[in-house]
Design a binder for this molecule. Structure first.
Ligand SMILES: Nc1ncnc2c1ncn2[C@@H]1O[C@H](COP(=O)(O)OP(=O)(O)O)[C@@H](O)[C@H]1O
Ligand SMILES: [Mg+2]
Length: 335
């Protein structure tokens, strides 16, 4: 079975500094597959700078991996034929944090909805196109009569974000990559937007990669969870057991601070790691870890599979077998 999306040892390193000599590892080798036969909502959780957006951009083909590959139906996303690219653009949709950037201020919002209908020939007639657009708006809790005909600045951020979800929905994608889709909208709308994503998943079998710094919403909406810490996977598995009894000290720290982190500011400013060592030696979390042991400073922990449906990259679980390469998706699919 060919995965819809597959990362094979994909990594991303950015160069920076005046001479381009400073390197930031934004994502350590990651292998992950999204299987169209088993739709899932997978949350990717981690603090600011942990590599979440880099992962989203890699999957969407917006940036090239430094090493490894990103595949769509078995084909490198950077070497698709034009027919494959059309297929990819339709079936892998993105919803980003700040929807305002996606809108052209000079066009009525109808434009962002009608363009994909036309481009992907989703409707036979104009009336059919309008009906589909209206249905998609209603599916995300918007009244077509209040939305159509308006300009982006005449709508609220929450309405604009819901229009983006409606747009993704119109295309009947197989996967939606949602990068912090609710972090710019107020709390009352969050539940509505996450609810529509959940409904789309359940009724249409769409897989969703839900990227967030907010563990509480991840728990509400996702089946499985991938916890990233400084470009590496700290813990992964079915959301329920991971949140109820986290195995990795970093996840434990996150869970312990849920009430505090529900206000984003604390979370975002908390210990933003600027000294991103290039050295591969040791666990990346060791310097903050209350349970660090001498070996944590000299060796990098594998992802140890503590149960069928979960794994943690921590030497506290070194008596469990290391998860074989490429098996991360198995652990995530067992939700
Ligand atoms: N275009 C870029 N150029 C240089 N560094 C980048 C770029 N994009 C991301 N980074 C760095 O990569 C790391 C991961 O960033 P990102 O994926 O945006 O994290 P997150 O979405 O989890 O906040 C950060 O240290 C960030 O500064
Ligand atoms: Mg981000």
């Amino acid at each position: 079975m060919t995965a819809l999306i597959e990362l094979r040892g994909a990594t991303k390193t950015f160069s920076g500094g005046v001479l381009g000599r400073e390197r930031t590892i934004a994502l350590e080798p990651l292998s992950l597959a999204i299987d169209p036969e088993r739709p899932r909502i997978i949350a990717v959780v981690g603090e600011s700078g942990s590599g979440k957006t880099t992962l989203a951009r890699l999957i969407l083909g917006l940036i090239e991996p430094t090493e490894g590959q990103v595949l769509f139906k078995g084909h490198n996303v950077h070497a698709l034929t034009s027919a494959q690219r059309g297929d990819f653009r339709q079936h892998v949709q993105a919803v980003f944090q700040d929807p305002y950037e996606v809108y052209n201020p000079f066009y009525r919002v109808d434009h962002v909805l009608m363009t994909p209908v036309r481009k992907f020939r989703l409707a036979k007639t104009r009336a059919d196109a309008h009906r589909q657009v209206a249905d998609a708006l209603r599916a995300v809790g918007l009244q077509p009569g209040e939305i159509l005909g308006r300009y982006p600045h005449q709508l609220s951020g929450g309405q604009r974000q819901r229009i983006m979800v409606a747009r993704a929905l119109l295309l009947r994608p197989r996967v939606i990559i949602a990068d912090e889709p609710v972090s710019m909208v107020d709390a009352s709308l969050r539940a509505t937007i996450l609810g529509s994503l959940r409904t789309m998943h359940e009724e249409l079998g769409i897989s969703i990669l839900y990227i967030t710094h907010d563990l509480a919403t991840a728990y509400q909406v996702a089946d499985s969870i991938l916890v990233l810490y400084r470009a590496t996977v700290a813990e992964a598995g079915a959301v329920e057991p991971v949140v109820k009894s986290p195995r990795h000290p970093y996840t434990q720290l996150l869970i312990g601070s849920i009430p505090r982190v529900s206000t984003e500011r604390n979370w975002a400013t908390e210990e933003r790691q600027e000294d991103r060592r290039i050295s591969a030696e040791g666990c990346r979390f060791a310097e903050r870890c209350p349970k660090a042991m001498p070996r944590c400073l000299s060796a990098t922990p594998a992802l140890f599979q503590t149960e069928d449906n979960r794994a943690a990259a921590c030497f506290l679980h070194a008596d469990a077998a290391a998860l074989p390469a490429g098996q991360l998706s198995k652990v995530l699919a067992l939700a």
